[in-house]
Each structure stands twice: as C-alpha cells, then as structure tokens.
Design a protein around this ligand. Sequence first.
Ligand code: XIL
Length: 657
Amino acid sequence: MAVPGTANAATAAPDTTRATTLGAQAAQSGRYFGTAVAAGKLGDATYSTILNREFNAVTPENEMKWDTIERFRGSFNFGPADQIVGQATSHGQRVRGHTLVWHSQLPSWVSSIADASTLRGVMNNHITTTMNHYKGKILAWDVVNEAFADGGSGQHRPSVFQNLLGNGFIEEAFRAARAADPSAKLCYNDYNIENWSDAKTQGVYRMVRDFKTRGVPIDCVGFQAHFGTSSPPASFQTTLSNFAALGVDVQITELDIAQAPTTAYANTVRACMNVSRCTGITVWGIRDSDSWRAGENPLLFDRGGNKKPAYQSVLTALGGTAAKSATSATSATSATKADALPSAFSWSSSGVLMSPKPDSTHNIAGLKDPSVVHYNGKYHVFASVASSSGYGLVYLSFTDWSQANSATHHYLDRGAIGTGYRAAPQVFYFAPQKTWYLVYQTGNASYSTNTDISNPNGWSAPRNFYSSMPDIIRQNIGNGYWVDMWVICDSADCYLFSSDDNGHLYRSQTTLAQFPNGFTNTVIAARDSNKYALFEASNVYQVQGGNQYLLMVEAIGSDGRRYFRSWTAASIAGSWTPLAASEGNPFARANNTTFPSGAWTKDISHGEMLRAGYDQTLTIPSCRLQYLYQGKDPAASGDYNTLPWRLGLLTQTNSTC
Ligand code: XIL
C-alpha cells in the first residue's frame, strides 16, 4: 500500500511542473520531442529503452522514402515503415511521415521517366497510395523534401520532378496529399533554410507566402537543422517566427549538431520554445553511433546510450530539470523566493489529452472537472463523467501526458463510493491524518477517504461535511445549483468553498484538528450581481514562496464561452483583489491561449492547477503555471449533460521567473 511517510514528504515532493524526460517535458508546453528511428534497430534493447523513455514522436529515418516504399513501379512495400508506426502507436508516440517527393533515395525507374504525364501519374499514385495506407496515423507529412537549390539563386534545384513538371510540381504534390489524407498536416521540409537572410530561406518563404495567398494546401515548414558547431544562426528564431506569421506551423525536423555543443543545442531548442507555432523538435537519431554523421558525434546520447551534456541543456531549455547535482542549490533558492504572480497571463494549450472511455455499463458523453496530483512518479487524475443519466466519478493515472489518453478509466461507482449523483472531485493528501481525501458534490458537500491514492477500490463510502445546506446558501441560491466544493487548509484552519451558479462564492471554516468535521461560519466570500461573472468551478491555491493565495472562478463570457477570472488575497479568509479578472484581461480564456495543435475548444472550463506538492495546502508554483481543464468542440450543442467535454492542459507562456 502506498502511504506517504510523513507530512514533510509533501513539501519535499518533486516540482510537478518539471519532467525528467524530453518527451514529457516538451508535452508540458504542448510540443513533441521526437527522434528519427531505424526499423532495424528496434530490437536493440538499449536503443528501444531510450526511444520509449525519452521520445513522444518518431520519424522513420529511411523506411518511408520512395526507394523503400515503391522500389519497383506499382509494387508497394510498407513492411519496415509499418513496424515503426506500429511500435510508435503502441507507445503513444506520434509519427512524422518522411517523405513523399524527393530527388534523393529515389529509384532509377522514376528518375529515368522522360515524359511529364507519366511522371505526374506516378507521383500522384505514390502520394495517394502511401498516404492512404497511413491515413489517420500521421501527424505531419513531409510532402516535398529539399526542392530548393543551395547557394544564391533562391530557385528550385534540378530534379526529374522539376525538369519535367516545372515549378508547379510542389503545388501538385501538396494538392494530391491534401486529397489523400485531410487529417495529416502537410509540410515542406528543407535544410540550410534556418538563416533568415539566405537566398534559399527567402526562396522557400516566398513559396509558402504564395501558397497561403492562393490557397494551396500547406500547414507546416520543417527546418532540418543539420548544424555545424557554430549554430544555430543568430536569426533562427526570427526565421521560425516569420514563417509562422504566414499561418503555418514550424517544426525542427532533423536536428543534429557537430560535436553536440550544449549552448548550440540549448539555443536551438529555445528558438522553438519562443515561437508558439513551433510545435515540435525531432533529433536525427538517438545515440552518436546511430547518426548518419556518426563521425561528428552530433546527438544527445553517446555510443553507450548515456546522456551527454547536450541532453541536459536540451531538457533545461524545454523547461525541465537539469542534472540534479548541478541545480539543486539554485532550485532551492528559487523555491523560497517570493515570486508574485503577474497581472496578465498567456497560455498555450495542448490538444485533447483525455476523452471519455464508455464501457458496457457506463455510457459516457463528457469527461469533466478534473482534479490532479503528481505523487509517487505518477499523475493521478479524478474527473466527473457525464451522460444523459447523470454524473459519476472516474480515476486514471499515468506517468506522462503522452500516456494520458491510453490510461485505463476506473469508475469509482464500482467501490464503496457507489452509484448516484457524484461529481466535481477534488483530491488532496491530508497530511495530519496521513490520508487521501476526495471531496465531491452529491447535493451536499461530500468526501471519501483512502490510504492509497492508486487504489480506486480503496475509497470509503460518501460522508457529508454539512448536516444540510447552510442557511446562508439556502437564502441566496435562487434558481441556482449548489456545486463545486473545494477544501484548502493553512497551518491552523481548513476552509470549504462552494458555488451556487447564482453569483455567490461561499466559504465555511473548521480547525485543522477538527477536519473533516466542524465546518461552520458559512459566509459569502465573493459575490457578483451578474451571476455569469461569478458562476462556478472556484479554485483557491496557496502560491509557492510568498504569502499569496490565488482564487480562480469560472465565468461565462459575453460570447457564451467559459473562461476564468482571478483574484489574490494575503490569507484564505482575506478579501480578494482582482488580478486578471475581466473578459479583456482574463486569467485563462480562448483569447489569451494559443492552440499549437489545433483550436479544439473555445471554452476554458472547470479544472485544476498542477500543484507543487499534493497536501491540503494546495500549493502551486508561481512560475509556468499549468492548468488541466475541460474544453469541448465549439460546434457541439444540445443537453448540457451530454456535451462532449474533453480534457487538455494549459501551460503559462508569459512567466518571467
Ligand atoms: C539520411 C539518413 O539519415 C541516412 O540513413 C540515409 O543514408 C540518407 O538520408 N535530409 C533528409 C533525411 O531529409 O532524409 C536524410 O536522412 C538526411 C538529410
């Protein structure tokens, strides 16, 4: 049974905003971190251990190239690439498709074609057949690779495609690709286009601008980033953001750097992190011995599979932990520094990370109201499940966000919590009793306890915090609902907040020693005459490092969409001062959030901040906040209980500390 040892264990918990692998850390900002993979190496244990531990995306290094897929005309060999795609899918890794039309690794039967119409038919058939085979499985396809010439011309390079089909071959390839798999992002990929002023960069930029102007389907540009020691070019971030401003995603697709200097790697990663439409980074191989430039030792792992110094600098640049020995002193100082929250926020959202998993006895429409702690190396998520027949609770756990969607959903109505109206869970470890609490709404404010958070059957039957609805709530609730109970404690007292969907936030109080009993003195902690401006889903947190508490309340905007307003106070029972509390300067709303992997929701609704620990103080970091939230397809409509809510993760992008 997993029982945290002491109350102090909570404060010593690892910072949940830092991950310890490249993929997990990149995922926290909604990005992927990938590697080129060779099918022939999947059986190498060192190789596949690193692959599956560190990376959440892969690119087949050679297996999707024309000379493998269609070595002989009309005869398609998907075997080696299927092996990579199958492995990747089973490990929750995304796949970049590389590449459909390229002058290199092209069989001689193609390069010796001599008439345009034969070549056009062959090219379209190759694109269509290959993309059909992998339909729905590919994040982005390098539709055309390396079509531009090196040097000062800024023009296309000669190739059989260029020579027979003319400049229009790239456009033809992209149009055929869009028709074949509309779900894949379509990229143009090239090298030596990282330095903004280079003629080659300018040539590709003009092409993308022209495509966007004329509606030729293109979604992304891949920068190979095969770099020498003095790299990246100083303008690399400018190049990325100038391309992004054309309305395409940008990705670093084949990164390797001669001798792997730590600074060059960090600067390259930072350039991507600083551009919100830079959606991912792929290194071109795992160990130096796997590299096509093996003589230059350009990768993040040495021949033995050990992390090189460049690995740590990449992890740090992604926002993660550097080597413990090197940074424990600095992180201790920053943890005790009183960093105040900023007064305006911006966020980047992941795509959908978790969706309902109906089973034969649970017909679920929406996955909602997540509560999350990071404990014992895992995220533990509790959420409401909603359907036409009402509400229940579900539990899932996983080690990193890339695995969230494949986690098993444990329905808590199978244990003592039982069936019936149970919703909007909140989980925390109550250190004085060495016990986990799950707080939720049942019509009353209820809770269950458990000594092992990872055991979904260990929760006790529901008990109520109140004998009945407190008078002050009964007098103010009007036509509203009593929802979203929330517990937070300081060193002396515990507080129980709740909302009424009618413009009131309530707060009751008991002592730490009496908890969970004795909640009295219910007061209105905040009110708004416009009930939609102070609606529900309130969260209260202690901000790490200072005597500052954060209150977030969900509002319904003038556009009908959910968003969060925020306030701060010097104590839990203190008075709340607006922080980012309007539609124009919201705490978290679609208008201060970017969606690098697609704008899947316009609602930023009921969720929870990732905490710095997991105890009853609900302490959150003051930097790089992350908020697990519910969103939904903007086009969805109908009965509230059957709306298709899904879970995603916001990461703050404007931290200054
Ligand atoms: C390289 C592979 O890494 C090698 O194994 C192969 O022999 C040649 O191709 N640009 C690209 C990649 O787009 O496909 C190339 O990969 C490296 C340069």
